[in-house]
Design a protein around this ligand. Structure first.
Ligand SMILES: Cc1cc2nc3c(=O)[nH]c(=O)nc-3n(C[C@H](O)[C@H](O)[C@H](O)COP(=O)(O)OP(=O)(O)OC[C@H]3O[C@@H](n4cnc5c(N)ncnc54)[C@H](O)[C@@H]3O)c2cc1C
Length: 380
């Protein structure tokens, strides 16, 4: 089958790979003009995706990276308050992205191509790129949490704000004296205060290197936000544009960066506030829950954040996107005995959607539970 994917981030790339593995003709259309870079920090290792790819002859061990074995909770003075095992090995967004890209033939990814909509009939789907249209058997919407394709299918649906934001940053290990960060390189370090949670851990260098001194720290500072005017301020970038859910690195206003640094010096243990102070391009993400009313609409399948946006502290947004891709490929695996495969696609997608949505809804529910245990999240 000919399959067009809208969105060339983790979900789109993962689906292109899994669908390619089972013999479909797949093309990705990504609206950014160039490959993406540094979109996020640490991500959980994509075990199920890796198992699927290995099964289909791709060697992807380089997706694995810095293992963090223990979590250290520290108090305001930096003293150890609790020590517990860290069960998730973390990789980094860039490592996973680069690894997925390297496994796909480059001619499969078309940059600077925005999908503007679609129309479908019994035989196929017309995918629109402004004035230009391409015909496919299936369209996969991997266009992220603000999915325009989801909005076309379910115009009344909107994600809900979870009541807190995350300030975030990535900073080079080499920017610090080894002694000042000795405990941070060994452990995932967390600090909790009423209505807020800070966490920091090591991720690989941009080029994937795990060499000491080349790695980076990823930090996140979750804070409740109960005031809609303050939320609007957080989401207003340096050019004055108000964003829906996040502001990218380098685009925070001077005032936001100053507020962040001021609060860090007042509220965080010194070993953690040094990370915030040294971060050149902090960014912010408002936390939303999104679960599309369905993951399929005729010949259109929704995956990744377009289908369901999980809370970042569940550390599963990327691995969920990869699972979506694996399960979609399993649903669309050609059946040699069934010559009417392409015609059955609507039925296969409907079945896949019902099952996958149920699995994902369970994952989604974990976010608010975990947040509540940290004292995060109150309705505005
Ligand atoms: C600011 C931020 C930080 C994050 N940090 C982490 C993290 O540290 N760890 C983690 O596990 N997860 C993180 N996530 C979530 C994680 O990135 C996603 O869950 C995961 O990458 C799956 O996303 P996706 O591919 O579905 O969507 P996205 O990564 O949002 O990608 C959507 C892609 O679609 C493209 N696009 C959008 N509209 C169109 C269109 N009409 N036509 C063509 N292309 C289009 C966009 O340019 C983009 O490349 C973060 C998310 C955000 C927003």
């Amino acid at each position: 089958m000919k399959i067009i994917i809208a969105g060339g981030s983790i979900a789109g790339l993962a689906a292109a790979l899994t669908l390619d593995c089972i013999g479909h003709d797949v093309q990705i259309h990504e609206r950014s003009a160039a490959p993406l870079r540094g979109q996020g920090g640490g991500v959980a290792v994509l075990r199920r995706m890796m198992a699927f790819l290995e099964q289909h002859g791709h060697h992807c061990r380089d997706m694995i990276s810095v293992p963090t074995h223990r979590r250290h909770w520290i108090d305001r003075d930096g003293a150890l308050a609790r020590d517990e095992p860290e069960l998730l090995p973390f990789s980094s967004w860039d490592t996973v992205y680069r690894s997925l890209c390297s496994m796909l033939p480059p001619q499969r990814i078309h940059y600077g191509r925005q999908v503007t909509g679609f129309s479908q009939d019994a035989e196929g789907v017309d995918v629109h790129f402004g004035e230009h249209t391409e015909r496919a058997d299936v369209l996969v919407a991997a266009d992220g949490t603000g999915s325009a394709l989801r909005a076309q299918i379910f115009p009344g649906y909107a994600p809900s704000f979870a009541g807190y934001i995350a300030w975030r940053g990535i900073v080079d290990e080499a920017d610090f004296d080894a002694a000042a960060i000795a405990t941070l390189v060994e452990y995932m370090t967390l600090h909790k205060a009423p209505g807020e949670l800070f966490m920091a851990f090591l991720i690989p260098a941009l080029d994937g290197s795990l060499a000491q001194g080349a790695r980076r720290f990823n930090w996140l500072w979750y804070r409740n936000e109960t005031d809609s005017e303050s939320l609007r301020r957080h989401l207003t970038d340096r050019a004055g544009t108000v964003h829906h859910a996040s502001i990218h690195p380098g685009e925070l206003s001077e005032r936001s960066v100053e507020t962040l640094r001021q609060l860090a010096s007042e509220r965080l243990p010194a070993v953690l506030s040094q990370l915030v102070m040294a971060t050149r391009a902090p960014f912010v993400q408002a936390i939303f829950d999104a679960l599309s009313p369905s993951f399929a609409h005729g010949r259109v399948a929704l995956i990744g954040d377009a289908a369901c946006t999980l809370r970042p502290h569940t550390a599963s947004g990327t691995s969920k996107a990869a699972h979506d891709a694996v399960s979609l490929a399993q649903a669309l695996t050609p059946d040699a005995a069934d010559a009417t495969d392409a015609a059955n696609v609507v039925q296969r997608l409907a079945q896949w959607s019902a099952q996958r949505r149920e699995e994902v809804a369970t994952l989604l529910a974990r976010g608010p539970q975990l947040a509540a245990s940290f004292g995060l999240g109150q309705p505005l």
